[in-house]
Design a protein around this ligand. Structure first.
Ligand SMILES: [Zn+2]
Ligand SMILES: [Zn+2]
Length: 98
């Protein structure tokens, strides 16, 4: 196994690790669906920006995610950051747990 991880969303090479993201979240029935391998930053960012329902209905492919307004702003920023840098993730209000 290679020690160089590539994030499928920001496409940065050499991120310290990648985690499995269910394109249709398990809570929405995506248990056996497709997964994407994302760096920690992207993964956290996605779940901070979107609810599981939004992900399941609207953003269930990497393409649709990448082209969504909210995440594409973040992607422009993160692509300029070194792969090993830790970036703070802000939770958007509509996703925060009540
Ligand atoms: Zn990433
Ligand atoms: Zn996920």
């Amino acid at each position: 196994m290679s020690d160089k991880y590539v994030c499928e969303l920001c496409k940065r090479i050499g991120v310290p690790k990648v985690t499995e993201h269910h394109l249709v979240p398990r809570e929405e029935g995506g248990n056996y669906g497709e997964v994407a391998w994302l760096c920690e930053n992207c993964h956290k960012q996605i779940h901070a920006l979107y609810t599981n329902r939004e992900l399941a209905i609207r953003l269930n492919t990497l393409d649709s995610l990448e082209n969504d307004d909210k995440i594409s702003k973040y992607l422009k920023y993160i692509r300029k950051q070194p792969p090993t840098k830790k970036v703070k993730v802000k939770k958007s209000k509509n996703v925060r747990k009540k």
